[in-house]
Design a protein around this ligand. Structure first.
Ligand code: B12
Ligand code: SF4
Ligand code: SF4
Length: 401
């Protein structure tokens, strides 16, 4: 009789790892090899070469590491990818119909996922090292979530956690589109999983709903047009032609994720991502009144604080500029006017734009004053031209003057 085949240590650890990951609260876990994403690395170089990363200069730095996990850490033998769901309970797009309120994307409403996922990844990593030691295997790990030069989506796709949908994010038949990714690199040889098929088929809902036409083709995004980039990553002024398309989205955007039909399978969010008080549809007027201390206190522990008050208020003022129309709140004209004297030129410039959208020519002219900042002065000039041409053509401002 043949002796029973002893499983490889990596296989035994792999089974226990899956159980431990789920016990810690991860919804999915999958494993791949560090050399599994060569095609993604080549596409990243092309994407950056075309300038589609905008002013995210950190995407250019360490591009060799980003393109190849094997270059980032040559000793790594396996990449463990984990998914953590943040599925919203209600309709995340409902706020878009309330122009006096702000839309904060679902992932910005709860605790900062960088902190939450990283803590959990570290716990799983420590467990893995101890478990391997029991098999007399020495191991090292490194954990990554978002901020390191690692392409998490292609790695997750290679590991079979889902596929990169036409909106470029990872979609899963078991989780839909609402989940964060985290990765653990390890020197251990773990049994890898097999990649997932693409299940987008003929669907193009995510491409068609995008308010700024940010997709240059299915599976390809020009970040420079994406509202998530414009409201979170972009440091300077938001291009004037894109401001009207942003609506009342002040931090990120959920449109392309929210329409994905695979979300009908999405599972409940981890409790850490429950919306914080005041994060769901806050009033624009209230947010515009935040000074630096109030901004930091209100968004402590949330991803929103990463923009800083200046960029945040910039976004709020764009939303105020877009708040006109029949259901708009006429008091927001006064809010925009008051912000034209803010200490931060980024805020002042966008306040001028908002005022030019809401006020009539008389009120706009009365509010005008010299500004030492060239960008703000230019906004006053361009705004006057628009208010005047609207008045000459008999068009009313978007809301009360
Ligand atoms: C930079 C970045 C952004 C940028 C650029 C987004 C992007 N699509 O690249 C901006 C600021 C716009 C952004 C926005 C968002 N982000 Co972001 N972002 C990242 C980050 C840091 C790097 C992504 C990256 O490497 N981009 C570079 C490009 C080249 O990569 P790519 O999209 O994979 O490009 C592929 C396709 O273009 C495809 N491709 C190219 N040509 C072709 C041709 C064909 C025929 C095919 C089939 C494919 C194909 O191949 C490329 C390589 O895989 C990751 C974290 C990380 N470290 O990975 C988070 C990450 C991708 N973001 C995330 C989230 C949640 C968001 C938002 C939903 C947040 C929000 N609500 O506002 C939006 C979604 C916008 C969108 N539709 O992508 C999550 C996504 C989770 C998931 N389930 O996939 C990540 C993984 C963070 C995390 N740890 O959870 N993000
Ligand atoms: S997040 Fe919004 S703006 Fe960005 S690609 Fe998706 S739908 Fe378009
Ligand atoms: S909305 Fe449709 S095309 Fe877009 S990712 Fe989901 S299934 Fe794919």
């Amino acid at each position: 009789m043949n002796a029973p085949v002893k499983p490889e240590p990596g296989t035994a650890i792999r089974a226990a790892l899956d159980d431990e990951a789920r016990a810690l609260g991860f919804a999915e876990i999958a494993v791949t090899r560090p050399d599994a994403i060569a095609a993604a690395g080549a596409r990243l170089r092309q994407w950056v070469g075309r300038g589609r990363h905008g002013d995210m200069a950190w995407m250019e730095g360490r591009i060799d590491w980003r393109a190849s996990p094997a270059a980032l850490w040559p000793e790594a033998r396996s990449v463990i990818v984990l998914a953590e769901p943040y599925t919203p309970e209600g309709d995340p797009l409902a706020v878009l119909g309330q122009p006096d309120r702000a839309g904060i994307s679902v992932y910005g409403q709860g605790r900062d996922y960088h902190d939450v996922v990283k803590k959990r990844l570290k716990r799983l990593g420590r467990w893995l090292i101890e478990r391997a030691a029991k098999e007399n295997l020495a191991s090292e790990i490194k954990v990554f979530v978002d901020t390191a030069p690692v392409m998490e989506k292609p790695l997750a796709e290679a590991a079979g956690l889902g596929w990169q949908g036409k909106h470029t994010n990872l979609v899963s038949r078991r989780l839909g589109s609402w989940f964060f990714l985290g990765a653990i690199f390890t020197t251990l040889e773990l049994t890898p999983d097999t990649p997932h098929d693409d299940h987008c088929g003929a669907c193009r809902r995510c491409l068609d709903i995008c308010p700024t036409a940010a997709f240059t083709a299915p599976y390809q995004l020009d970040a420079r047009r994406c509202i998530s980039y414009l409201t979170i990553e972009l440091k300077g002024p938001i291009p004037r032609e894109l401001r009207p398309l942003i609506g009342n989205r002040i931090y990120g955007c959920d449109d392309c994720l929210a329409v994905c039909p695979w979300n009908k399978f999405a599972v409940a969010a981890n409790a850490a991502y429950a919306p914080r008080e005041g994060a769901e549809a806050p009033l624009l007027a209230e947010l515009a009144g935040l000074d630096d201390a109030a901004f930091r206190a209100r968004f402590a522990g949330s991803g929103v604080k990463r923009t800083g008050r200046g960029r945040f208020l910039r976004n709020v003022l764009v939303a105020i500029g877009n708040s006109g129309g029949n259901s708009g709140d006429p008091r927001l004209t006064g809010v925009a006017e008051a912000a034209t004297t803010d200490a931060d030129p980024l805020v002042r410039g966008h306040a001028v734009w908002a005022l030019s959208r809401l006020a009539g020519v008389a009120r706009y002219r009365a509010a005008m004053h010299a500004d030492p900042d060239a960008f703000v002065a230019e906004e006053w000039r361009l705004g006057l031209a628009e208010v005047s041409s609207r008045s000459q053509s008999g068009l009313p401002p978007s809301s009360g003057a």
